[in-house]
Design a protein around this ligand. Structure first.
Ligand code: ADP
Ligand code: MG
Length: 331
């Protein structure tokens, strides 16, 4: 059955959003209208996913719909922003209604969960499946948590557990019958954006980002922006029961250099440790202290990360093997 672009949008992407007080006009006009509350800034983030680069053509469409919005909500979370709405641009090789139904269901279920409605987009035919989401949020003026606020002496924290998605990707590639596939596959395909925790960290965290490329690489963005160094305790890295079964060198490799975790990494003064544990509980998101911010080394261009562990040689081996890693200091 042939379906034109407008019928497709009506069938799969147009939903009533009357109950969302920030949205005045959504899908159907030339543009959408939404408002931010008085005294707030608009927070905008955009992420593109391309077939065979960010996902496989045969990935479950429901999971793909979830993930493409989840990675964008994760960016808002990392700014301590409240989601308001998003647009979706789709390039589709063909109109597969069963696929679209599943995709939009995964997408809009997550959108409902976070009260972040789809307010517009664009749809076109293209050779490969490509999709872009732009998400809009708000934060009280000046309260966004940026990457440039870390100070020497701050603790370094991460949410959840690290490395599961990368291990999941590896298992799906190499050993798809492995008994642990289902446990880590969820972390790869259905990441949970840490929006509640991000919001709770307003005024508490000094810097924050979301982990999409592994802690070892992503932490450098905070270090560079804040002009500081860090000491990380590898033995403290939060690992899931599944990753704990691996040799520690392998688990660290996933936790430090694997991508797609979508956990938050943030810094905060030592004085708020107790408060942070309460905020983590209130937002039902476990957090773990993994390091300390230190003054930037006097010499050298790259920000210094000192990796500490009782099992130092293994940390060294796993990190020197990681791309982009060129600085190492032990205790
Ligand atoms: P225009 O030609 O003015 O760009 P379109 O025909 O592209 O308008 O889109 C018509 C309406 O449908 C617009 O409100 C647009 O935001 C919305 N829309 C188009 N594609 C999508 C999509 N994939 N998801 C949500 N809304 C969409
Ligand atoms: Mg258009």
């Amino acid at each position: 059955m042939h379906m034109d672009e407008f019928a497709l949008i009506d069938a799969f992407f147009k939903r009533p959003v009357a109950d969302h007080r920030h949205i005045d006009l959504a899908v159907g006009d030339d543009a959408a209208l939404f408002r931010v509350d008085a005294g707030h800034q608009c927070v905008v983030s955009s992420d593109m996913l391309v077939e065979n680069r960010h996902f496989f053509a045969d990935v479950a469409p429901r999971a793909l719909g979830h993930k493409v919005l989840a990675v964008n909500l994760s960016d808002l979370a990392a700014m301590a922003a409240q989601p308001l709405g998003f647009t979706l641009s789709l390039g589709l090789p063909s109109v597969d209604e069963a696929w679209l139904a599943e995709f939009s269901s995964g997408l809009l279920t997550l959108a409902d969960e976070f009260a972040c409605p789809l307010i517009g987009g664009d749809t076109t035919q293209s050779r490969h499946l490509v999709m872009n989401i732009t998400v809009f949020g708000q934060v009280p003026i000046g309260q966004a948590v940026r990457r440039d606020g870390a100070r020497a002496g701050d603790d370094v924290w991460v949410s959840g557990t690290l490395g599961d998605a990368a291990y999941g990707l590896n298992l799906l590639h190499s050993e798809s019958q492995h008994p642990d596939v289902s446990a880590v596959r969820m972390r790869l395909e259905m990441p949970t954006p840490r929006v509640a925790l991000g919001l709770a960290l307003r005024g508490v965290a000094t810097s924050m980002l979301d982990l999409s490329d592994g802690l070892a690489g992503d932490l450098r963005h905070i270090l560079r922006a804040s002009n500081v160094g860090t000491r990380v305790d590898c033995d403290a890295l939060p690992l899931s029961p599944t990753l704990k079964k691996l040799p520690s060198e392998q688990a660290w490799n996933y936790a430090l250099t694997g991508g797609d975790d979508y956990e938050l990494c943030f810094t905060a003064p030592v004085t708020v440790r107790g408060e942070l544990q309460k905020l983590a509980q209130l937002s039902a998101t476990p957090i773990t202290r993994v390091g300390t911010i230190i003054p930037i080394a006097a010499v050298g261009g790259a920000p210094n990360i000192e990796w500490h562990s009782e099992h130092l040689p293994e940390v060294s081996a796993c990190l020197s093997a990681a791309a982009g890693f060129n600085h190492f200091a032990g205790n």
